[in-house]
Design a binder for this molecule. Structure first.
Ligand SMILES: NC(=O)c1ccc[n+]([C@@H]2O[C@H](COP(=O)([O-])OP(=O)(O)OC[C@H]3O[C@@H](n4cnc5c(N)ncnc54)[C@H](OP(=O)(O)O)[C@@H]3O)[C@@H](O)[C@H]2O)c1
Length: 372
């Protein structure tokens, strides 16, 4: 098997250098210039959700990007980039003997993947950036957590256990392994909810799409509950900045820089929709008593009924000092809707998260009929 799927010429992305193959370039670079020397960057993954945004951000700033993946997920993306084929559970020989300024490990939560990649690449890269998750933090209900927060434990016997409940523990274990294997060259970003175009989970998309459909919308709680998330493109630009400046360390990544309430998020969706949508705020206890699940039935919403607890009040000042910046919420909402409109009708017929329309109508009817 050949390890490289060199540049295809079917369509260019970000003004690829016409006529030059990736083989000739080593990897392709966009015509825009980065501040400082362009970096040679290896992305482990790069073709599902945050990966493409990171690749686009890196190319837009003139860096040279190589992708390593199996060629199964959106293999048509980035024809201008060098593509190395392999499997992190199998043959990784395409990475042997190669050097990069930085490796961006975007997607895995399996410690064995980090162990093998960091062992193989560690000595040959200037920086190893791992995309972890806020789930690596043990207790997210504590207010104003920063990067010193305790991490989620994981029994050694569970390292290869793919159970969803152990996700945070596995991410925390990946982080520890990276610190052990790439002592003087690692960077870890811990995003919270990542939103925007290409997000296949609908965990934020529910709100712009539901509100764009108009009518009476069930809105959770009083509107004052805090929420935090990060546009995938802001995360991507931050990661590229960390590489350009070779910034090491650990960073919590959610936004924005100020407190954000559910009211502001939903009212922004209403403003962008410019339709007849109207929000009806329904009491938290009323919803919980009827079995409504925060976060899944009503995305991006995690109320706390316990005094002293507060989800989504994380302190992200360290990341902001390192260059994390946030686009306006209107832009995230508008672009999410524009991306959603490009999806096939069958995909758009049913959101993966959020209340089904009948359930929402039923709850609203019960809310209006409650004894005053
Ligand atoms: N969504 C959120 O709200 C959220 C929140 C916090 C953290 N995160 C983290 O954000 C990241 C999201 O990742 P993503 O899926 O968007 O990353 P991505 O880099 O866009 O896509 C995943 C890549 O992995 C490749 N891949 C899968 N299995 C592979 C294997 N065995 N060997 C080699 N390559 C393989 C896929 O290509 P092939 O299939 O072609 O191999 C694909 O390119 C994850 O780390 C997640 O934990 C997400």
């Amino acid at each position: 098997m050949s390890h490289s799927d060199h540049c295809e010429t079917r369509r260019g992305f970000l003004r690829a250098s016409v006529g030059l193959t990736a083989a000739a370039l080593g990897a392709c670079a966009s015509s825009e210039r980065a501040r400082g020397a362009p970096k040679k960057v290896l992305v482990l993954g790069g073709t599902r959700f945050i990966g493409p945004h990171i690749v686009e951000a890196a190319l837009a700033r003139g860096h040279r990007v190589t992708l390593f993946n199996r060629g199964k997920t959106n293999p048509e993306l980035f024809p201008e980039c060098e593509k190395l084929r392999g499997d992190r559970d199998g043959d990784m020989s395409a990475l042997e003997g190669r050097r990069w300024d930085a490796v961006l490990d975007t997607w895995t939560d399996m410690p064995r993947h980090v162990r093998s990649a960091a062992t193989l690449l560690g000595p040959n890269v200037g920086q190893y950036v791992f995309v972890s998750s806020l789930n690596a933090v043990a207790d997210l209900s504590q207010p104003h957590l920063d990067e010193t927060a305790e991490t989620t434990p994981l029994e050694p016997k569970d390292e290869d256990n793919p159970s969803a409940e152990l996700f945070g523990g596995r991410k925390a274990r990946c982080e520890k392994l990276l610190a052990e294997l790439c002592t003087d060259r690692y960077t870890i970003v811990r995003p919270g909810l990542i939103v925007g175009p290409r997000d296949g989970s609908d965990r934020f998309t529910y709100w712009p799409v539901r509100i764009a459909r108009g009518g009476e919308v069930l809105a959770p709680g009083s509107g004052d509950d805090p929420t935090q998330f990060v546009d995938a493109r802001d995360l991507a630009e931050f990661v590229v900045r960390l590489v350009e400046r070779r910034t090491l360390g650990l960073f919590h990544v959610v936004g924005p820089e100020r407190e954000l309430s559910m009211r502001e998020v939903l009212e922004t969706c209403v403003r962008v929709a410019e339709n007849d949508a109207r929000l009806t705020w329904v009491d938290t206890r009323f919803l919980l008593e009827r079995g409504v699940a925060p976060w899944t039935d009503l995305p991006a919403w995690l109320p706390s009924l316990e005094p002293g607890h507060a989800y989504w009040t994380l302190n992200v000042s360290k990341a902001i000092r390192a260059g994390l910046a946030f686009r306006p919420l209107d832009e995230t909402v508008r672009d999410t809707l524009a991306w959603w409109a490009t999806l096939p009708e069958a995909r758009r017929a049913e959101l993966k998260r959020g209340l089904a329309p009948e359930r929402e109508r039923e709850l609203l009817a019960q809310w209006h009929a409650r004894p005053s």
